[in-house]
Ligand binder design. Structure first.
Ligand code: SF4
Ligand code: SF4
Length: 361
């Protein structure tokens, strides 16, 4: 892959940018290829749950006997609401986004499953539909769990795809939900990488979990499937130092043309062998058949040849508080995120990225 510095990861706090806008900042329109009504409905659901991230806290507190009882009940409820695996950790302010106020002490990390037999069609509408479904499910799960906690008299806030005040990955790792794979997504032995994250933060005192070592990093050190199949040459062959951690990293600028042009791509997830080992080998045959059917070089070339031509100009917002930022608090217009080329309402970090890439504002 192309070697370059990653100044956005140099130690300064990251700024939350809604994912659709991240890709659009690089000049790609994620809605250029039409998606089915079903997928669009899931997409709309990811926005709808933002309207319910916060709410009234019941006046009477229903105490638990102890922190163990609290964490057990919360995990049980999370499962009922849709989380296939739940971990609890402390909120780490290092990984709270710049400019966000998050006073809560605990983060409940929720894993929402995806169906590998849909995920395996990377760079197609079928893939993105499953991703959007998982994010919509994750948002609903987080909203329902936050409501439950508030009904017991404790504050709680739901975080999901379109509204996150904290970085999900480092909190999920701390909560024992898995290890970071070379492809930049979380992997655990039980689920492979066929799941997405959501979160609830709260002050309800609970027993916290610990990070796990399931030997995943060792496998990644010797497996190059995602690197070899990535059409954008965007997956690092060596770990990089990021905010004091030595870890895998995706070159987002190399990934973006494919992610933005082809239904959030996901080829790196499709080819990850941990999916074949997950769920007691449920998808092993399907995985092997899929891998055998793909000529990675041919597919990469096809995708490269048909990439979108990125647009060059975006317009700086007149009002920094307009557009996407209001939307994530449940105000503003969804149209800014869903339709057409964005010309306004982008956060400042977008313009810094474009400056660095030599793209005009
Ligand atoms: S494809 Fe291989 S190297 Fe990439 S994340 Fe999966 S196991 Fe790790
Ligand atoms: S989403 Fe596609 S382009 Fe991006 S890192 Fe994964 S395989 Fe590469």
């Amino acid at each position: 892959m192309t070697t370059r510095d990653f100044p956005e990861w140099s130690g300064e706090k990251a700024e939350y940018v809604e994912p659709t806008q991240v890709v659009r900042s690089f000049g790609y329109d994620v809605f250029a290829n039409p998606i089915s009504d079903e997928a669009m409905q899931y997409n709309n659901d990811t926005f709808t749950c933002v309207l319910a991230v916060e709410g009234e806290v019941a006046e009477n507190v229903q105490h638990y006997d102890n922190q163990t009882a609290a964490s057990e009940d919360i995990k049980k409820q999370a499962q009922i609401f849709g989380s296939i695996r739940t971990g609890i950790t402390h909120v780490n302010q290092t990984y709270v986004y710049k400019g966000q106020e998050l006073p809560h002490q605990y983060a409940i990390m929720l894993a929402v499953p995806m169906e590998y037999d849909e995920m395996k069609y990377g760079a197609t509408e079928r893939h993105v539909k499953e991703v959007l479904k998982a994010y919509a499910d994750g948002g609903k799960t987080a909203v329902a769990l936050a409501e439950y906690i508030r009904s017991r008299g404790y504050p709680a806030l739901a975080h999901s795809l379109r509204f996150e005040q904290l970085m999900m990955l480092p909190h999920a790792i701390a909560a024992g939900l898995g290890e970071l794979g070379r492809h930049g997504s979380l992997i655990n032995r039980e689920l492979g990488c066929s799941f997405r994250l959501a979160c609830v933060t709260t002050d309800l005192p609970m027993l916290v979990d610990s990070p796990v070592d399931e030997g995943i990093d060792d496998v990644c050190m010797n497996c190059n499937m995602c690197t070899e199949h990535c059409p954008g040459d965007a997956i690092t062959s060596e770990k990089q130092e990021i905010r004091g951690d030595y870890r895998w990293l995706i070159d987002t600028e190399s990934c973006a043309p494919y992610w933005g042009s082809y239904f959030s791509c996901g080829i790196c997830l499709e080819v990850c062998p941990f999916n074949a080992r997950a769920l007691d080998g449920k998808y092993k045959k399907s995985f092997v058949e899929r891998i055998k059917s793909i000529d990675s070089k041919e597919r990469s070339q096809e995708l490269k040849d048909a990439l979108q031509t990125p647009w060059q100009h975006v317009k700086k917002p007149d009002d920094k508080n307009s557009g996407w930022r209001n939307r994530v608090r449940g105000k503003g217009e969804t149209a800014i995120l869903q339709g057409g080329v964005p010309t306004q309402g982008l956060p400042e970090v977008i313009y810094s990225l474009r400056d660095r890439m030599g793209m005009p504002r």
